[in-house]
Design a protein around this ligand. Structure first.
Ligand code: GAL
Length: 720
């Protein structure tokens, strides 16, 4: 047997080096219910899921149910050509494909060509983005993940093979209007520039179930600390402890919610590259300052980039375990080597974590090419520069989140690069690209690929834009004002400061609901923010590609597809339809079933596209028929352990409904050991047709009950 294997390995090696092509049989192996894996050729040592160190939730996946392999096996194909892997998966005519990275302009990726490459997003959905996750979800109920840390190229239904079993129709452009510049392609084809890779297939009865399986296989979604879901302000670079004290006092004076403050460059002695040590001219006693902030209910988050300054006392020690190239003259640590991890761990523990810093903003781990290490850089662990580029953000997320976990403390921070396997990481992606509409499309896309995204607010040309951006960010995974360069405050535009306050207050009131959305992410794999395409009953189908013959612009231009990319679901019940500066009206696509205005309870429509003119004051929000939204009174900080709050339960529509509301201490990992509780709220009608609300509490561990005194509000009225 051993000899046979050796012979086989030699044949493979000869094949690779000689440049022959070789078809590779695909032996799909079931690795969890509804999840299959295949090894093709010789998979590389450094891949995405291994870097993320995922812990598949096998039991939970089993509870989701067994499924049949969702693709036609005989139409899945792999071959090795000149040392590269060529993959092909079938595609039917009506299928739409979602995912393939954190895209900012498009939702349906069918018909696109993407070279997946970690980079700062630069305005084009071509694969270069902060989280170029090589995973796509099909409307046919399956997903494909290529677990490779190479720059892979995906032809998502563009190539047409001579021997295609389903060739497109041939048209004569002279006479036929149906001629298409991009005819139908029956396959997704993928080029992996390596002699091996792993591929996973996830099944599901619908797109949501596929995404659930993907997230659960990656360990389940993150459950942030409660404070992480409150409001956060990032203060200007070079702020001192007194500036921050003043900022805190300002927030108090304005009665504006605030849970954590972000420190930007200036807290360290040096940055770009960094020392990670406090500048004591700005922060005389960091430990005391962190404590003082904590005592007033505030946590601190530290900006950094991972590159070590030559003036750090650890420079010489780190040098042998860092890359061949520098970034801004700083060393690039190779965290695949234990020594590099140890150096950072002891420094970061001593300087930050042990004194109570709550988390990090991990900047500059994405791009641009001109300032990160080049693809010819080398690293002591043997990881290639390309693999390093694809995984550096993952490495930082994994390493730092483990430090907090060891202390049984949850963290929640920011990162600018991620990839497959990140679902359970307590990090939210952000960037400098500041297009409000595209920020919302990124929110939609984040839900397909197991990452979180914040449409951060920095500054605005007008008060209207400021308000519209603030309204959006309050319905995202991190309600953040990033004032690092402008020093803006929530109330910087007095014309709209009342409305800004209202939406931030609403965010705080909705915290039990939002926290529950994240609990669903952890327990069921359902992302908190979801593109409409993950919603059941969303039957809107975009137009396929059509060619527009237009000699003025481009005679072969492709008509844009109609993606629904400016509205999304927050959890099961809330549909969020942001407004953009300059717009008075907008269209909202309501999925099947009845939908109701969140603010008034009025009926809005069902399974139709409505046009609304909402005015400036509110961000349009709709609630699904039977939806129950639990809310707390306006608070300035997220609920803390031991605090007791009343809960208002708003029921919408004509159908009865129920919600299972998750709760725990909001700060530790004790929930992983079963230390959590649930409330069950249901709304039904009595024999007279009058609405009644019922509450049940499941608290077998006798946890301190945060929510007491329930009151019901039946938003559609007590119609008999
Ligand atoms: C950028 C980052 C900004 C801010 C700035 C500080 O790279 O995206 O959010 O942190 O650095 O220099």
């Amino acid at each position: 047997m051993k000899q046979l294997l050796i012979v086989f390995a030699i044949i493979q090696l000869v094949t690779i080096t000689a440049g022959y092509s070789q078809n590779i049989p695909l032996n799909w192996r079931s690795v969890a219910a509804g999840v299959w894996k295949v090894k093709i050729g010789q998979p590389q040592k450094f891949d995405l899921l291994r870097t993320a160190n995922i812990h598949p939730r096998i039991e939970t996946l089993r509870n989701l149910g067994e499924r049949n392999f969702p693709l036609l096996k005989e139409e899945c194909h792999a071959e090795l050509q000149n040392g590269k892997i060529y993959l092909r998966f079938p595609l039917e005519k009506e299928e739409q494909l979602f995912g393939l990275g954190l895209n900012f302009k498009t939702i349906n990726q069918r018909g696109r060509i993407m070279t997946l490459h970690v980079d700062h997003y630069n305005g084009i959905d071509n694969g270069r983005t902060h989280a170029p996750v090589p995973f796509y979800v099909s409307t046919k109920g399956y997903g494909v993940l290529v677990n490779s840390a190479e720059y892979i190229t995906v032809y998502a239904g563009t190539g047409i093979r001579v021997n295609s079993k389903h060739p497109p129709k041939v048209y004569n452009r002279n006479t036929d209007k149906n001629w298409e510049a991009q005819p139908y392609s029956d396959a997704v084809e993928i080029l992996v520039p390596a002699n091996g890779t792993e591929v996973y297939v996830f099944a599901g009865n619908n797109t949501m179930e596929v995404v659930q399986r993907y997230n659960l296989y990656n360990g389940g979604g993150v459950l942030p600390p409660k404070w992480g879901l409150g409001f956060t302000q990032r203060v200007p670079t070079l702020s001192t402890e007194d500036d921050i004290r003043k900022e805190v006092a300002d927030f108090k004076e304005h009665h504006f919610p605030l849970d954590f403050i972000g420190l930007e460059p200036g807290w360290q002695t040096k940055s770009y590259p960094c020392t990670f040590e406090w500048d004591t001219t700005r922060f005389s006693n960091p430990a005391d300052f962190v404590r003082e902030m904590k005592d007033s209910g505030l946590r601190l988050n530290l900006w950094l980039n991972p590159y070590l300054s030559p003036s750090s006392s650890l420079y010489q020690e780190l040098k042998p375990v860092s890359g061949s190239h520098t970034v801004w003259n700083g060393l690039v640590p190779d965290f695949n080597v234990e020594k590099a991890r140890k150096i950072y761990k002891s420094l970061f523990s001593k300087e930050h974590i042990d004194i109570g810093i709550s988390g990090y903003k991990i900047d500059e781990v994405d791009g641009y090419d001109n300032w990160l290490w080049p693809d010819v850089a080398t690293f002591p662990s043997g990881i290639t520069a390309m693999q390093m580029r694809q995984t550096f953000g993952l490495q930082m997320q994994k390493m730092t989140s483990e430090w907090f976990k060891e202390k049984n403390t949850r963290t929640y921070g920011l990162v600018r690069a991620s990839n497959a396997g990140a679902s359970s990481f307590p990090y939210v992606i952000y960037n400098d690209y500041y297009n409000h509409r595209d920020f919302i499309t990124a929110l939609c896309n984040s839900g397909f690929i197991g990452v979180l995204w914040t449409p951060e607010v920095r500054s605005s040309a007008t008060a209207e834009e400021w308000l519209r951006r603030m309204q959006s960010v309050c319905f995202s995974p991190m309600a953040m004002l990033n004032a690092w360069s402008d020093g803006t405050k929530p109330w910087s535009y007095p014309e709209v400061s009342k409305q800004v306050m209202e939406v931030a207050t609403l965010r705080m009131q909705l915290l039990p609901y939002i926290y529950n959305c994240f609990a669903q992410y952890y327990f069921e794999g359902k992302p908190p923010v979801r593109a409409m395409n993950l919603e059941e009953g969303f039957s809107f189908s975009p137009k396929q590609f059509t060619a527009e013959i237009n000699s003025v612009t481009n005679p072969y231009a492709l008509a844009t597809r109609e993606d629904v990319k400016d509205q999304f679901m927050l959890g099961d019940y809330l549909l969020v339809a942001p407004m953009f500066a300059g717009d008075k009206k907008r269209k909202v696509v309501l999925p099947q079933g009845k939908w109701y205005n969140f603010y008034t309870g009025e009926y809005a429509g069902k399974g139709e596209i409505i046009e609304i003119e909402p005015g400036l004051d509110n961000i349009p929000l709709y609630v699904k028929d039977g939806g129950i939204v639990p809310m707390i009174p306006p608070v300035l900080h997220a609920p803390t352990p031991g605090e007791t709050l009343p809960l208002e339960l708003r029921h919408y529509g004509e159908s009865k409904g129920s919600i299972s509301l998750y709760d725990d201490d909001g700060e530790t990992f004790n929930y992983k050991k079963g230390n959590y509780m649930r409330y069950s709220f249901s709304a039904t009608k009595d024999s007279d047709g009058k609405w009644i609300g019922k509450e049940e509490i499941f608290n077998k561990n006798k946890m301190t009950q945060q929510y007491k005194n329930f009151s019901w509000k039946f938003m559609a009225g007590d119609k008999k």
